[in-house]
Write a protein that binds this ligand. Structure first.
Ligand code: NAD
Ligand code: AKB
Length: 318
């Protein structure tokens, strides 16, 4: 059975991935950590080992790896795109600090390592429709620069030292357990919270802004399945394009209105978010992930919308 360390368990992905990993591998085999352990959900605290780890401090990671005989690290530590753009040095130091520590510890202690990349690893000179797996990557955000650097370093550690690094380029992730942490795609989560709470919604991106998206259950499957994939079938490693749907604000608004006909959305464009979104793919080609390790998402926009609304109604007692 794998022995897994999750760094950043308190975040949007970590709060759900930790619980899925515990279902698959057993609670005692998945150590949940965060710089801010108060962010760990009650279910995480009650179902297995937890702790405070600053991923920018290599010694703190190494101690947990030794203590629990860890063989696999899920590194979920980063500062998301919109927040990083306001404080680029923070974005660089956290994203790169956590990654290089994970790579070195994985090399020394022979751990496998998963570190998500993002649609943010692309930029305006990338073909934005049907973005190929292997293409131009010249992002113009600090977040994107850390993601491309992370992809290159992770491939370097695999080729040079044999570290089993694997990764996916996640699109915007939509979920109801933990709110997103300051990204450009957050609006596609916030719109559901507003609708279910009976509030109007002000969209920070303009009509026609197409972006790839995915519902969290598909993202969790991707993160687990890529780490379970047969290594001999992987032509790529860091990172695979993966997507489940793409839409613009009008399309998600129409879908939400099917459930809440009186729901109102207006636009107040946030220039930083808009310029980031404009530089990201409209939709990616994820055929390599489908061929090399069987990626197959289950949720499209209508199916996700129905489930999000049902789950948020329970969350808010509506
Ligand atoms: P998040 O911001 O919700 O969570 C990050 C977590 O890391 C937080 O709980 C935070 O407390 C913790 N953290 C910050 N600094 C730390 C440090 N020094 N040491 C330990 N923990 C620290 O992020 P997320 O949305 O869960 O994203 C996880 C990963 O997935 C990131 O690499 C992100 O770039 C990537 N990703 C996310 C999305 C998305 O839509 N959520 C899309 C593409 C890629
Ligand atoms: C962000 O918007 O920063 C993230 C991402 C797509 O990487 N959600």
């Amino acid at each position: 059975m794998k022995k897994i360390l999750v760094l950043g368990s308190g975040g949007q992905i970590g709060s759900e991935l930790t619980m899925r990993l515990r279902e698959v591998y057993g609670g005692a085999n998945v150590v949940a950590t965060d710089l801010n352990p108060e962010r760990l959900t009650k279910s995480i605290q009650e179902t297995g080992p937890t702790g405070k780890v600053d991923a920018c401090q290599a010694q703190q990671i190494a101690e947990v790896v030794d203590k629990y005989n860890i063989d696999t690290i899920y590194n979920l530590v980063a500062i998301l795109s919109a927040t990083a753009e306001k404080n680029p040095m923070l974005g660089w130091n956290v994203g790169m600090g956590a990654l290089i520590n994970c790579l070195e510890i994985s090399r020394e202690k022979k751990c496998a390592l998963f570190t998500p990349s993002s649609i943010g690893a692309f930029g305006p000179s990338t073909p934005l429709d049907g973005t190929p797996q292997d293409t131009i990557q010249r992002p113009q955000t600090i977040y994107g620069v850390t993601k491309v650097t992370g992809e290159l370093l992770s491939d370097y550690y695999f080729k040079r030292f044999g570290v089993d690094t694997r990764s996916v380029r996640f699109p915007g992730l939509i979920s109801y357990v933990t709110p997103p942490g300051g990204g450009t795609t957050d609006y596609a989560v916030d719109i559901y919270y507003a609708a279910v709470k009976g509030e109007d919604f002000v969209c920070p991106l303009k009509k026609g802004t197409l972006l790839d998206m995915m519902y969290m259950p598909d993202a969790l499957n991707a993160a687990i399945n890529i780490m379970e994939a047969d290594a001999s079938k992987l032509i790529h490693r860091n990172s695979f394009n993966v997507t489940a749907m793409h839409f613009d604000p009008e399309e998600i608004y129409s879908e939400v209105k099917k459930h809440y006909p009186n729901f109102k959305m207006t636009y107040e464009v946030e220039p930083i978010k808009q310029s980031i979104a404009d530089s990201w793919p409209n939709w990616m080609d994820d055929s390599c992930a489908r061929k090399e390790w069987g990626f197959k998402p289950e949720y499209d926009l209508p199916k996700m919308t129905k489930d999000m609304i049902e789950k948020l109604k329970i969350k808010f007692g509506k």
